[in-house]
Design a protein around this ligand. Structure first.
Ligand code: PLP
Length: 383
């Protein structure tokens, strides 16, 4: 038996060695950062240095970075704390963290390729001069990238604020969302090789000034988020950001492209394949073969992938993302392959061998179905 091959980076990236070291060192910082004595000041100094690293990566001022428990909280804080009396619009393929935090929001549709529909956004904003729009930089299931600058321009035309869920974009070749016109950005450490349970809402000075807190507590984070800071996690978060190698994503993209070429030869369809996508992510639909069947077969081959978003119940939910893209027939039969920063060089080779075994077995089982390309139930040109 070989080693387990972990290809579920979009659920959680493996911890980077520098982040591990920083977390471990942080565990020994005994002081509460709010205390005025030397131990408190030592912890506070380390947090402020970490905040500066996170801020610099996002093109923000350090004082406009609110450290909190992760992107679920960051999105919720943006939607409630900037939303206020504003009308809220969210993209149709947003993560559950956004959907659940804005239950009454208007929905901005996406095209068949998964990219936000700018004309629809323009129409939805017409007549509203004070809305809050939330659009993700890149989708967690398909890797489809949204044109944040163009979205921000539409928002600006209508006087709307833009919040960007940048969780999947950080460290993967996309950045600078505040400079592109966003008012706030949600990021999460465990999606970039940092520890779980820590993230940030990063704001422009204007947006930071108007943010209404959800948790007040002891007034930490300049009164924007109460609660004793998680010192080791914050240090690990900054260390993970500092350890990002800009060349990483190109190496992963080459492997991802090889995986997709092999999967398409097995009758798979690349969901969102026509759009600009994250280099590490592939959403592969195998028509007629349930995602669950695929995951189990790959798991038996010691390959960890997922079906859409990781679900806390461990159950598999139908993908609202693929449904929103207008491919309901594919929503139950798509898996997500997301290569982590430390994917081994033979990751594509191993995945392809296992995928072929799985696809051949599953497709042979289907009565009257031939695996020849001529009889594919849906064409690979669809998405
Ligand atoms: N937004 C997106 C796009 C995500 O992929 C995730 C995690 O899966 C989240 C938000 C939530 O992040 P966290 O796990 O830090 O709460």
């Amino acid at each position: 038996m070989g080693e387990t091959l972990y290809l579920d980076a979009n659920a959680s990236e493996p911890l980077r060695p520098a982040a591990r070291e920083a977390v471990i060192a942080g565990l020994d910082l005994v002081g509460n950062p709010a205390s005025i004595h030397a131990a408190g000041r030592a912890a506070r100094g380390r947090i402020e240095a970490a905040r500066a690293v996170i801020a610099a990566h996002c093109g923000a001022r350090a004082q406009d970075v609110v450290l909190l428990s992760g992107a679920t909280e960051a999105n919720a804080l943006a939607l409630s704390g900037l939303g206020g009396a504003r009308a809220v619009l969210i993209g149709a393929t947003e993560h559950e963290a956004v959907r659940a935090a804005a239950p009454g929001a208007g929905i901005v549709p996406v095209g068949r390729d998964g990219v936000i529909d700018l004309d629809a956004l323009d129409r939805l904003l017409a007549g509203d001069s004070d809305a809050l729009v939330c659009v993700m930089a890149a989708n967690n299931e398909t890797g489809v990238i949204n044109p944040v600058e163009a979205v921000a321009a539409v928002c600006a035309r209508h006087g709307a604020l833009l919040h960007v869920d940048a969780v999947q974009a950080v460290g993967r070749g996309l950045a600078d969302f505040l400079r592109l016109g966003a008012a706030s950005v949600a990021i999460s450490a465990h999606k970039i090789g940092g520890p779980k349970g820590i993230g940030a809402l990063v704001l422009t000075p204007e947006a930071a000034g108007g943010l209404v807190p959800m948790l007040r507590g002891g007034g930490q984070e300049r009164g924007r988020r109460g609660g004793t800071p998680n010192v080791p996690a914050i240090l690990g978060f900054a260390a993970a950001i500092a350890a990002i190698d800009p060349g990483e994503i190109g190496r992963l993209a080459a492997m991802r492209d090889a995986i997709e070429a092999a999967a398409v030869a097995e009758s798979a369809i690349v969901v969102g394949g026509g759009a600009l996508r994250l280099g590490n992510t592939s959403c592969l639909a195998l028509p007629g073969v349930s995602a669950e069947t695929q995951l189990i077969a790959l798991d038996l081959d010691q390959i960890c992938v997922s079906a859409g978003a990781a679900c806390s119940s461990g159950k598999m939910a139908r993908s609202h993302v693929i449904d929103a893209m207008g491919w309901p027939e594919l929503a139950g039969c798509a898996i997500r392959v997301s290569l982590p920063w430390n994917a081994p060089d033979d990751a594509a080779e191993r995945f392809i061998a296992a995928y072929r075994r799985m696809a051949d077995r599953a497709l042979r089982k289907r009565q009257g179905f031939s695996t020849s390309p001529a009889s594919r139930p849906l064409g690979a040109e669809l998405v």
